[in-house]
Design a protein around this ligand. Structure first.
Ligand SMILES: Cc1cc2nc3c(=O)[nH]c(=O)nc-3n(C[C@H](O)[C@H](O)[C@H](O)COP(=O)(O)OP(=O)(O)OC[C@H]3O[C@@H](n4cnc5c(N)ncnc54)[C@H](O)[C@@H]3O)c2cc1C
Length: 145
């Protein structure tokens, strides 16, 4: 028989706590997602901040993962996660078929894109044609107040 090491014998477990698993984007009620239109990793922080203020999570398109700006668990789409939030805000995302495959379960979609013909608008409930950066800043300012 192998004896337990001395140090282990002195440990008395009084109570056990389990850290809750960080909820993944698949279960998030709100997702603010970013695509290449976000332009820089620094701007991605705006998306993360807005998602936090809305009690949600941040999602991304595959190019942002490929660029190393976000971890692959954040990727939405055919080769990423399928999501079904109550609200999804898509920022600077063109709406490639491989991405749209992952957001068909979203209840309401707000899309922000400078291109009025962006395919993402075909799935959006609310369409904002414009630069997503000042819109994100404005939304963050509004929610902070
Ligand atoms: C086999 C395969 C699997 C794939 N799987 C996935 C997947 O799971 N998920 C995924 O996302 N992609 C996937 N892709 C990649 C996919 O085809 C697209 O290339 C990708 O989704 C495009 O990402 P994007 O929208 O960020 O970039 P882009 O297509 O480059 O779009 C950028 C958008 O930003 C807009 N824009 C630019 N500046 C601004 C601004 N200031 N404000 C607002 N809008 C702006 C532009 O008008 C454009 O519409 C896959 C591809 C293949 C071949």
């Amino acid at each position: 028989m192998v004896e337990a090491p001395q140090t282990v014998q002195r440990v008395h477990v009084l109570k056990q706590f389990f850290l809750p698993a960080r909820p993944g984007i698949a279960d998030a009620p709100v997702i603010v997602s970013a695509g290449r239109g976000i332009a820089s990793q620094k701007n991605l922080q705006l998306v993360v901040e807005l998602a936090g203020l809305l009690g949600g999570q941040c999602g991304v398109t595959r190019p942002l993962v490929d660029l190393g700006w976000a971890e692959s668990s954040w990727q939405i789409g055919q080769t990423g996660q399928a999501v079904a939030p109550q609200l999804l805000i898509a920022c600077g995302i063109s709406g490639a078929i491989q991405h749209l495959a992952g957001i068909s379960g979203a209840r309401k979609i707000i899309a922000i894109n400078t291109d009025p013909d962006a395919p993402v608008f075909s799935m959006a409930d609310y369409r904002l044609v414009g630069d997503c950066i000042p819109i994100l800043r404005q939304l963050i300012r509004f929610l902070r107040q």
